[in-house]
Ligand binder design. Sequence first.
Ligand SMILES: [Fe+2]
Ligand SMILES: [Fe+2]
Length: 190
Amino acid sequence: MNKRSEPADDMDVVDLLIHQHNEIRELFTEVKRSKGEARAEAFGRLRRLLAVHETAEEEIVHPNARRMAEDGDLIIDRRLAEENLSKRMLSELEHMGADSPEFPKRLQDLRQAVLDHAENEEREEFPAIREHASEQQLRVMATAVKAAEALAPTHPHPGVESTGANLLIGPYAAMMDRTRDAVRKVMKRS
Ligand SMILES: [Fe+2]
Ligand SMILES: [Fe+2]
């Protein structure tokens, strides 16, 4: 199941993010069901999509929701804490590797955390974005989410798994850093 369903061109930013939530859910199932090389490969795709998705939310969507939603600070502080927890869980999975006997259990824990988080966003955050953002803001946010997906690196860095500095922050964090740079460049131009 390597083929991804493409988002439609006219999706607004909220539709795009929900589409990504569904893709994330499917990728978790794919990683869980696969073995050996195929599992490592599917985990790589899940890691990239999570980096793209959470970085776009942190850079573009959460700051807007913080201003727009009632109790925005409270809601977004909770979302950021959930995202940080997932980052730590993902780093641990990277560290142990997809062939570790512990991997399935830890993957299940991460899946639960990520999907609960996505549900909280869909319930508490996205409705406020849709209600309060202008057409122009919705368009700019959608462009930035698409740019994050298009520009994010497919692999962390050439040789990242073996170099000193990146070993400290891990491939997932390195991927988020590079996606963040790409998103900020696009936002500056829009
Ligand atoms: Fe998120
Ligand atoms: Fe999300």
